[in-house]
Ligand binder design. Structure first.
Ligand SMILES: Cc1ncc(C[n+]2csc(CCOP(=O)(O)OP(=O)(O)O)c2C)c(N)n1
Length: 655
C-alpha cells in the first residue's frame, strides 16, 4: 500500500478557515487546486502538477467530509481517474456518466463546485449525488446503482444519431456490476458497436465486501501473477506506441496476439467489448497514456482499473466499509467527532435484533439483502445464521424473485431492503410474489424522508406502489415495540405477501426489548387518544407527530382522537365507519406521496360508502420530489411536522 496522506499534515482548509455561512477563506496550501475551476483548467497543467493536484484534492475532500460527513471512500478511490478524464476529455461536450454518483465528489470539485462542496448534502447545498440541473457537467443524474452503462449508451447513440463524434465514458464499480441492469446494458452496447468507453472501477468492495461469482472472476483476473505480468508488459507496450497507432497495425497485432492469453477477459469480449486491463487506477501517468488510446480505438471498450477504496486516508483504507459513508470524524484518529447522544436506538437496529429473535423462533425464516447487510441491520443475523442469510448483490429484482422461489418451498424469506431500492423490483413484487400468493415478507427500511441523501433515496412511494398490489398487506409500525409485532404478524400471515415500512429515525421512547412480541389482527387500528371533534388517522412515524399535534390542538380548544393506522391495507373499515359518524373532521397523515397512498385509500373507501358524514383532509407529501436536508426540516417544509399538522387542521376546522 502506498503511503497515505497524514491527515492535517498538509491541510488545505480547516473549520476555522471558514466563515459562519460556510464560505471558506482562501486556501493555504491548495496551490494547484486553487487554479482549477473547470476541467479545461487541467489542460494547462504539467503532469507533475497533476500529481500534486491529486494530492490536494484528496486533502480537500478529507477536510470537507471529516467536518460535514458524507460519502468518502469511493471518491478517494477515483481521484486519479477523474483527474485523467477531466484532463483528456473536452467536457461538457464529451460526457462522463458516473454510476450511483456517491464517488463524484472529485468530479464536483473539478467542475466548478469546489467551494460548494462545503455545503454538500446540507439543506440548500449541493446534492451528494449527481443532478443534471446542478451542473452541465453532470451528464446523467444518479443515486441508485447500475444505471451508468445504459445511460451512457443512450448518450452515445444520440450522439451517433446527431452525427457528432464526441466521447462518452461510463464509470461503474464492481459493486454496481452485480446489478442486472448493467448486464442488460453491456449486452446491448456490445452489439451496438457504438463508440463507448466503460471503465470498471474494481476495488473489491460494494458498501460491504462485494459478493458473487463475477466478483470472484474479477479477483481471479487481478490475482493471477502470470496474467498480471503479461498485462503489465502489454500496458507498457501500449504506452510506448505512437498515439496515432491506437487502431493501427502494431497495437492491433499486440492485442490480437495476446488475446487468447487473456482468458479472464473472455466474458467482456464475448459481450462485444474490447477488454483492456486491469491497470492500476492510481497510476496517473499510465491513465494519461492509455485513456486517449482507448477513447480513439472505436467501438465498445472496457477498461478494467484496480483501485483502493479510501485511498490516501489510512483509516479509510483499513476500514473501507466503515468509511463508505461517514458522519463528521477526526481525520487524525478516524473516530467520529460527536457520539450520538444516548437515546433510543434506531429502527434499523431494533429491526436487526427482532430478526435475530424471530429466527430463533421460526426456523424456516431466511433473510435477504441486496448488498446492504449493515445498512439494514442484518449483520448480527448474518453472523448467527449464515446458512439462512443471503446477500445477493445490488440486485433488488433478483432478491425478490429469489425470495419467491424460496417461498415456494416453504422457506419464509424476509426481503430487507430500503424502500427506494425496492422500486426497481416492482414487477417481481407483482408477478413473481403477489400473483402466486407467496408469503414473502418485505421489510422496508428508510420508509419516508431520509434526510441528507435526498430525492434519490427518499422512500416516499412505497405505500402507493405496495397498496396497488393485489393481496399485499401493507403496514407501518408506530414505534420499536410495534416493529417487532409487525415481524411476528408477518410471520404468522401465510396467505400471501406482507410489507411493513419503517423510517430512518430513532424509535420513540417506550422501547422495551424484553416485551414479548404480539401477533396483531390484520387490518386492525389502535385508538391512542379519544376526542370528539377531529379524528387524526396517522401512519407509522406520523403517529408521534399526530399525537404532538393533538396536544397543540387541545390548547386551541379542539379535541382530537388520534388513531394509529398501522395497517394501510387492509383498512380498519369498521373503525373508519365509527370515526366518520362520531367526528366532524377526518384527517389522514402519512409520510408518503399524496398519490395512491393511505389518504387515497381512505378517500376511496369513503367514496365507495357514499359517505355524507365527516369532512375529510388528506395530509401527505406533495406529488413532487423533495430536496435533501435534515428530516425534521423537510417534514416541516412539506407540512408534516406536529406544528404544521396542527395548523392545517386548525385552518380546516375553521372553514
Ligand atoms: C439500486 C441500489 N441499491 C443499493 C444502493 C446502495 N449503494 C450505494 S453505493 C453501493 C455500493 C456500490 O459499490 P461499487 O459500485 O463497487 O462502488 P464503490 O463504492 O465500491 O466505489 C450500494 C450498494 C444503491 N445506491 N442503489
Amino acid at each position: 500500500m502506498e503511503e497515505a496522506v497524514r491527515p492535517g499534515a498538509n491541510r488545505v482548509r480547516t473549520g476555522s478557515d471558514r466563515s459562519d455561512n460556510g464560505k471558506e477563506a482562501m486556501t493555504e496550501k491548495g496551490i494547484i487546486l486553487d487554479r482549477v475551476e473547470n476541467p479545461s483548467d487541467l489542460k494547462e497543467l504539467e503532469r507533475d502538477q497533476l500529481v500534486i493536484l491529486c494530492r490536494e484534492i484528496r486533502e480537500f475532500i478529507i477536510d470537507v467530509v471529516s467536518q460535514q460527513g458524507g460519502h468518502l471512500g469511493a471518491s478517494l478511490g477515483v481521484v486519479e481517474l477523474t483527474v485523467a478524464l477531466c484532463r483528456i476529455l473536452n467536457l461538457p461536450e464529451d460526457k462522463v456518466v458516473y454510476d450511483t454518483g456517491h464517488q463524484a465528489y472529485v468530479h464536483k470539485v473539478l467542475t466548478g463546485r469546489k467551494e460548494k462542496l462545503w455545503g454538500i448534502r446540507q439543506y440548500g447545498g449541493i446534492s451528494g449525488f449527481l443532478k443534471r440541473d446542478e451542473s452541465e457537467h453532470d451528464a446523467f443524474g444518479a443515486g441508485h446503482a447500475s444505471t451508468a452503462i445504459s445511460a451512457a449508451l443512450g448518450l452515445a447513440t444520440a450522439r451517433d444519431m446527431a452525427g457528432k463524434d464526441s466521447k462518452v465514458v461510463a464509470i461503474l464499480g464492481d459493486g454496481a456490476l452485480t446489478g442486472g441492469l448493467a448486464y442488460e446494458a453491456l449486452n446491448n452496447a456490445g452489439q451496438s458497436g457504438s463508440n463507448l468507453l466503460v471503465i470498471l472501477n474494481d476495488n473489491g468492495m460494494s458498501i460491504a465486501p462485494n459478493v458473487g461469482a463475477l466478483s470472484q472472476y474479477l479477483t481471479n483476473i487481478t490475482s493471477n501473477p502470470t496474467l498480471m505480468k503479461l498485462r503489465e508488459e502489454v500496458v507498457s507496450l501500449v504506452k510506448k506506441l505512437p498515439a496515432g497507432d491506437a487502431v493501427g497495425g502494431l497495437a492491433k497485432r499486440i492485442e490480437s496476439g495476446i488475446k487468447s492469453a487473456f482468458v479472464p477477459s473472455a466474458l467482456f469480449e464475448a459481450l462485444g467489448f474490447t477488454y483492456f486491463g486491469p491497470v492500476d487506477g492510481h497510476d496517473l501517468e499510465s491513465l494519461l497514456d492509455i485513456l486517449p488510446r482507448l477513447l480513439d480505438r472505436g467501438g465498445p471498450v472496457l477498461l478494467h482499473v484496480h483501485t483502493k477504496k479510501g485511498k490516501g486516508l489510512t483509516h479509510a483504507e483499513e476500514d473501507d466499509e466503515g468509511f463508505h459513508g461517514v458522519v463528521p470524524f477526526d481525520p487524525q484518529t478516524g473516530k467520529i467527532r460527536k457520539q450520538p447522544a444516548g437515546g433510543t436506538p434506531g429502527y434499523t437496529k431494533v429491526f436487526g435484533q427482532a430478526m435475530l429473535d424471530a429466527a430463533e423462533q421460526f426456523p424456516q425464516m431466511a433473510a435477504i439483502t441486496a448488498a446492504m447487510p449493515t445498512g439494514t441491520g442484518l449483520n448480527p443475523f448474518k453472523e448467527k445464521y449464515p446458512a439462512r442469510f443471503f446477500d445477493v448483490g445490488i440486485a433488488e429484482a433478483h432478491a425478490v424473485c429469489f425470495a419467491a422461489g424460496l417461498a415456494c418451498e416453504g422457506v419464509r424469506p424476509v426481503v430487507t431492503v430500503y424502500s427506494t431500492f425496492l422500486q426497481r423490483a416492482y414487477d417481481q413484487v407483482v408477478h413473481d410474489v403477489a400473483l402466486q400468493k407467496l408469503p414473502v415478507i418485505f421489510a422496508l427500511d428508510r420508509g419516508g424522508l431520509v434526510g441528507a441523501d435526498g430525492p434519490t433515496h427518499h422512500g416516499v412511494l412505497d405505500l402507493s406502489y405496495m397498496c396497488s398490489v393485489p393481496d399485499m398487506v401493507v403496514a407501518a409500525p408506530k414505534d420499536g415495540n410495534e416493529l417487532r409485532d409487525m415481524l411476528w404478524t408477518a410471520m404468522d400471515h401465510t396467505a400471501g405477501p406482507f410489507a411493513f415500512r419503517f423510517p430512518r429515525a430513532s424509535v420513540p421512547q417506550g422501547w422495551d426489548p424484553s416485551r414479548p412480541p404480539q401477533v396483531l389482527p390484520i387490518g386492525s387500528w389502535e385508538i391512542l387518544g379519544e376526542g370528539s371533534d377531529v379524528a387524526i388517522l396517522a401512519v407509522g412515524a406520523m403517529v408521534a407527530e399526530a399525537t404532538a399535534a393533538a396536544v397543540k390542538l387541545a390548547a386551541s380548544g379542539i379535541n382530537a382522537t388520534v388513531v394509529n393506522a398501522r395497517f394501510v391495507k387492509p383498512l380498519d373499515e369498521a373503525m373508519l365507519r365509527d370515526l366518520r359518524s362520531s367526528h366532524k373532521l377526518l384527517v389522514t397523515v402519512e409520510e408518503n406521496s399524496c398519490v395512491g397512498g393511505f389518504g387515497a385509500a381512505v378517500a376511496g373507501f369513503l367514496e365507495s360508502e357514499r359517505s355524507t358524514g365527516a369532512s375529510f383532509l388528506r395530509l401527505a407529501l406533495p406529488d413532487g420530489f423533495v430536496t435533501h436536508g435534515p428530516r425534521e426540516q423537510l417534514l416541516d417544509d412539506v407540512g408534516l411536522s406536529a406544528e404544521k399538522i396542527a395548523a392545517r387542521i386548525l385552518a380546516e376546522s375553521a372553514r
